[in-house]
Design a protein around this ligand. Structure first.
Ligand code: NDP
Length: 392
C-alpha cells in the first residue's frame, strides 16, 4: 500500500484521482495538488473516500520539494501540463521519489515536443535508483503497450505501424477541445511528421488524410496525419520498424474553426502587445473556449484508439489491428468525465499500480514499450479500457 501525490486537477487529474480512490489496496493515501486548490477540493468532494488536497505551483521546484517532503509519497503522478515535466522531475530527484507522466516536455515558447529533454534525466534517475515512467496515458501510453504486445506475441518483426485515434463523440458545442485547448491546438496546428526508411518526413499541417472504416458501429471517418510523441520513442525501441505514422479524426466543424482562428492569428504563441499588456493569443483563446471538464455531461458517442500493424511472423506477412472502444456517457457515469480524460487517466492509474506493486520496476527513465506489456494489457481489461484484437 502506498502514498501517492497527484499533481494537476484538470480533466485527466479528475479521472486519475477517481480511479486511484477506487483501489485502496494500492493507493492507501492520496494527495491531490494543483495551482488552484479549489479544483482539487471539487474533485475530492465527488469521491467515496477522503483524500487530501494542496496548492502548488509546479513550475517552482522549491515549492514542489517542500510539498513532496511534507507528503512523503512513494510516487508523484504528473497530470499537470507538459511545461511542468522538468521541474517535477527535478523535484523528484531532489526528494528521492519515483515519477510518472502522460505527456512529454514542451517548452512554452516553442510548439515543439520531444522526449529528448526527459531522456537526458536517464543517468540521474539511474544513479538515484529511481524510476520515471514517461507517457502513461492512452496515446502515448496504451498505444506503446499495444505495439509492444503485438511484437511480443504476434510478430517477429513489425514493419509498418499506424496509430489511429478517433473521437466519434459529439459535445454539441460550436468549437471546443477535448483536453487542454492550448496544448491541443499547439499539437494540431504543428506540421505533420512520420518515420519512413530511417528518416523523418515532414508534411504541412493536416495536409495528408484518408478514410478509415472504424469498428463498433462508428463507420468510415476521415483521418489526418499528424506528428505525435510516441513515434519518437517507438521508432527507437521497436527494432527494424520501416514506417510509423499517427492519424487522428477531426470533424469538419473543428477544422473550419481552427482554420479561421489560425488565419486571424488567434493560435499564435508569441506575445502580442495590447493596450500596454503582453497577451499570448492562444492563451487568451483558451480563456474563451469551454473548459474541457465542462464537456463531460454533454458528450455522447465513442472513441476508438488503436494500432494497425503490418509485419512478419514465421516469414508470413500479417496485418493486425488492436484497439479500445470507450463510451463518453459510460465514462461520465463512472467518474464524471468524458472519454478523452478517461482514456488518459485510467492508464496513468494503471502505470502507477504497475510501479507501486513492483510489477514494473527499474532505475532510470522508461517509455512504456520498454516494459512487459502483459500485466498492463490485463489491467486495461480489468479497470475499464477493454481491448479487441483482430487479424485483417
Ligand atoms: P487541464 O488543462 O484540464 O488540466 C491541467 C491541470 O494542471 C489544471 O488543473 C491546471 O491548474 C494544472 N496546472 C497547470 N499549470 C500548473 C502549475 N504550474 N502548477 C500546478 N498545477 C498546474 O489538462 P488535461 O487534464 O486535459 O491534461 C493533463 C495532461 O494530460 C496534459 O499534460 C496533457 O497533455 C496530457 N494528456 C495526455 C494524453 C495521452 O493520451 N497521453 C491525452 C490527453 C491529455 P489550473 O486549474 O489552475 O489551470
Amino acid at each position: 500500500m502506498a502514498d501517492v501525490l497527484i499533481i494537476g486537477a484538470g480533466g485527466v487529474g479528475q479521472v486519475v484521482t477517481h480511479k486511484c480512490a477506487q483501489l485502496p489496496e494500492v493507493f492507501e493515501r492520496i494527495v491531490l495538488a494543483s495551482r488552484t486548490e479549489e479544483k482539487c477540493k471539487r474533485i475530492a468532494s465527488q469521491l467515496a473516500r477522503p483524500i487530501e488536497t494542496a496548492r502548488v505551483d509546479a513550475d517552482n521546484v522549491a515549492e514542489l520539494v517542500t510539498l513532496i517532503e511534507r507528503v512523503r509519497p512513494q510516487l508523484v503522478i504528473n497530470v499537470a501540463l507538459p511545461y511542468q515535466d522538468l521541474p517535477i522531475m527535478d523535484a523528484c530527484l531532489q526528494t528521492g521519489v519515483d515519477y510518472l507522466d502522460t505527456a512529454n516536455y514542451e517548452p512554452r515558447d516553442q510548439a515543439r515536443f520531444s522526449y529528448s529533454w526527459q531522456w537526458e534525466y536517464q543517468q540521474r534517475f539511474k544513479d538515484a535508483g529511481l524510476m520515471a515512467l514517461l507517457g502513461s496515458g492512452f496515446d502515448p501510453g496504451v498505444t506503446n503497450v499495444f505495439t509492444a504486445y503485438a511484437l511480443k506475441h504476434h510478430f517477429d518483426t513489425i514493419e509498418e505501424l499506424d496509430i489511429i485515434d478517433c473521437n466519434a463523440g459529439d459535445h454539441g458545442q460550436p468549437f471546443a477541445t477535448n483536453f487542454n485547448p492550448e496544448i491541443n491546438i499547439r499539437e494540431v496546428s504543428a506540421k505533420g511528421r512520420f518515420f519512413e526508411n530511417g528518416a523523418w518526413v515532414e508534411t504541412e499541417p493536416l495536409s495528408v488524410s484518408k478514410e478509415f472504416d472504424f469498428p463498433a458501429g462508428i463507420g468510415p471517418r476521415r483521418i489526418y496525419l499528424m506528428y505525435h510523441e510516441e513515434l519518437e520513442s517507438l521508432t527507437q525501441h521497436i527494432p527494424g520498424i520501416r514506417r510509423a505514422r499517427f492519424w487522428m479524426t477531426f470533424s469538419n466543424n473543428y477544422l473550419k474553426h481552427l482554420e479561421v482562428l489560425q488565419n486571424v492569428g488567434m493560435t499564435r504563441i508569441d506575445p502580442v502587445r495590447f493596450q500596454g499588456v503582453d497577451i499570448v493569443p492562444l492563451q487568451f483563446l483558451k480563456a474563451l473556449l469551454p473548459d474541457p471538464a465542462s464537456l463531460g455531461p454533454l458528450t455522447k458517442g465513442k472513441t476508438c484508439i488503436g494500432c494497425l500493424i503490418n509485419g512478419k511472423k514465421n516469414a508470413q506477412q500479417r496485418r493486425y489491428y488492436v484497439y479500445n472502444i470507450c463510451d463518453h456517457e459510460a465514462a461520465y457515469r463512472e467518474v464524471q468525465s468524458q472519454a478523452i480524460s478517461y482514456t488518459t487517466g485510467v492508464p496513468a492509474m494503471i502505470g502507477a499500480t504497475m510501479m507501486l506493486t513492483g510489477v514494473w520496476r527499474g532505475s532510470g527513465v522508461f517509455n512504456m514499450e520498454q516494459l512487459d506489456p502483459d500485466p498492463f494489457m490485463d489491467a486495461l481489461n480489468k479497470y475499464g479500457l477493454p481491448w479487441t484484437e483482430t487479424f485483417l
